[in-house]
Design a protein around this ligand. Structure first.
Ligand SMILES: Nc1ncnc2c1ncn2[C@@H]1O[C@H](COP(=O)(O)OP(=O)(O)OP(=O)(O)O)[C@@H](O)[C@H]1O
Length: 200
């Protein structure tokens, strides 16, 4: 599978975030999207995932015959969980809509993420680190060939970061995109794309 970005430009009002970006992303590789705060990392990630349209140019998925959304799992600080659910309810819902395989029941998932909240605790009452671990766990557990992660270790403690680094190793067959300015996250990737190279 490939994501092929051809001459993509993105702006908000009169402000260009990136221009003339040509890049091919392939399965089996991991790409760090790097740049300073406000450079456009999240915007590029969303554009590549086809959550946001470029003003000019195209993003194509090679080797995908059906709905491209079903090829992607995405986790970001701004992505949302269903706050009114408990974790068992969230997992049942994700299995019901075919986002997760049926084997991801509460026991399997909590042992995968190495975090076992009370089964009756609402997600709205999870701490920010618990929330982030659940988002990452869901994204990693989904059997989808493209993994998009924005600042994946934000709010994670050292043990949770190490869990993520290890969990990512089992995903190396996927096409992985990580938007980050954390050295440890960038170092996980095989390739790197600097937004600053696409400003003029
Ligand atoms: N929906 C929007 N409307 C207007 N401007 C936006 C919108 N989304 C992003 N921007 C602007 O686009 C630029 C890039 O934002 P983006 O969030 O992609 O940067 P980033 O590199 O991910 O930043 P950070 O490292 O701080 O998370 C910023 O100037 C931001 O204000």
């Amino acid at each position: 599978m490939k994501i092929i970005a051809t001459g993509i430009h993105k702006k908000f009002r009169q402000e260009w975030v990136f221009k003339a970006l040509n890049y091919t992303f392939e399965s089996g590789k991991s790409y760090a999207i790097v740049g300073q705060n406000g450079a456009g990392k999240s915007t590029l990630l969303k554009t590549l995932a086809q959550y946001s349209l470029p003003n000019k140019g195209t993003v194509e998925f090679e080797g995908v015959s059906e709905n491209v959304n079903k090829q992607i799992s995405f986790a970001a600080p701004y992505s949302e969980l269903i706050e009114e659910f408990t974790l068992p309810e969230l997992l049942s819902f994700l299995i019901e809509i075919d986002f997760l395989d049926a084997r991801w029941d509460f026991n399997a998932f909590t042992s995968f993420i190495n975090l076992r909240p009370s089964e009756t605790k609402y997600i709205k009452n999870f701490s920010s680190g618990m929330r982030q671990k659940v988002k990452l766990g869901v994204a990693l557990a989904a059997d989808r060939p493209i993994l998009c992660l924005d600042e994946p270790t934000s709010n994670l403690d050292e043990a949770a970061k190490n869990w993520f680094y290890k969990a990512l190793e089992s995903q190396r067959h996927k096409l992985i995109l990580i938007a980050s300015n954390e050295k440890a996250e960038i170092d996980l990737c095989t390739d790197s794309l600097a937004i600053a190279d696409y400003k003029v």
